[in-house]
Write a protein that binds this ligand. Structure first.
Ligand SMILES: C[S@@+](CC[C@H](N)C(=O)[O-])C[C@H]1O[C@@H](n2cnc3c(N)ncnc32)[C@H](O)[C@@H]1O
Length: 272
């Protein structure tokens, strides 16, 4: 069954997406949303788009809301997605910590991957730390990885990745950090998973922590937010970074035009 969305239905969907999750859906997305809704209708208890929307607008359960978020959101990701980001963190943060040219109180390092999807981003940061800081086990080192999507988080927590994603990594990284389960899948090693805590979090809502995080990655999610939402969000990041803290955003994203005190250090990388 293929769904046809009329303009009024699409406007209702866009309002829900914006009010609840900060997502800004342009009219160009109407076909994409219609296709995804068709698939959702096949597996949900609802028979029509009207039924789905009436439920979401009136009295949705938490599960219905999150399932609807999954209909609208995009989880595309890969390991070391923006290589320049990781090179910067390796050089300016991990290597500096390892050499002692940068110190942090109590050797406490906190990194936040703020829209981690299925886990490639926090795992890339963890692998990089293991490669760069030889005595990592003697540091209080944690990566907080959050996302709103239950489906993405379930996959992230499993530590299992499609072969295609893993085989884009160097042979050396594949060997050190992964074991093959079957021709389609690899499992990431426990030493990587042990550095990461996965939590569900809506970036639009109050955060149940105050930081500080020395590094925040918020990549390829602000592209879906409007300017006002982005400005508010990056200034909340600013508040939980210490002086000199690093913010990485996606390669198609920018802070230019936003009112924020962040200083640009390279393309799509900022410091407090
Ligand atoms: C395209 S993925 C980016 C993944 C990763 N950061 C990367 O760059 O490869 C965008 C992620 O943002 C999440 N997301 C969208 N809106 C969100 C919100 N309001 N709160 C938390 N996560 C959100 C989606 O669930 C999705 O997993």
């Amino acid at each position: 069954m293929s769904v046809q969305l009329n303009k009024s239905q699409f406007r209702r969907i866009a309002k829900i997406a914006h009010d609840l999750w900060g997502l800004s859906l342009s009219d160009r997305k109407i076909e994409l949303v219609a296709n995804r809704l068709s698939r959702y209708l096949m597996r949900s208890r609802f028979n029509t788009v009207e039924e789905v929307l009436d439920n979401i607008e009136r009295n949705p359960s938490r599960e219905d809301l999150l399932a609807f978020f999954d209909v609208l959101s995009t989880n595309t990701t890969k390991f070391f997605r923006d290589t320049a980001h990781f090179a910067y963190v390796e050089r300016e943060f991990f290597t500096a910590l390892a050499r002692g040219t940068l110190t942090v109180p109590d050797r406490r390092v906190r990194i936040w991957s703020a829209a981690c999807s299925t886990g490639c981003e926090p795992c890339s940061l963890a692998m990089l730390a293991l490669e760069t800081i030889p005595d990592l086990e003697r540091w209080d080192f944690r990566i907080l990885a959050t996302d709103l999507s239950i489906r993405a988080l379930e996959q992230a927590r499993s530590g299992i990745f499609p072969a295609q994603q893993v085989e884009e990594l160097s042979k050396q990284r594949q060997k050190r950090f992964f074991e093959r389960i079957d021709p389609q899948r690899y499992r990431i090693r426990q030493e990587v998973m042990d550095l990461i805590s996965y939590r569900r979090l809506n970036l639009m809502e109050p955060w149940p922590f105050r930081g500080p995080f020395q590094v925040i990655f918020c990549c390829n999610v602000m592209i879906y937010f409007d300017e006002q939402t982005r400005e508010k969000l990056v200034n909340r990041f600013y508040d939980i970074l210490p002086s000199g803290g690093i913010l990485a955003i996606g390669s198609a994203e920018t802070l230019s035009g936003l009112e924020t005190p962040f200083v640009s250090v390279q393309a799509n990388m900022y410091r407090k």
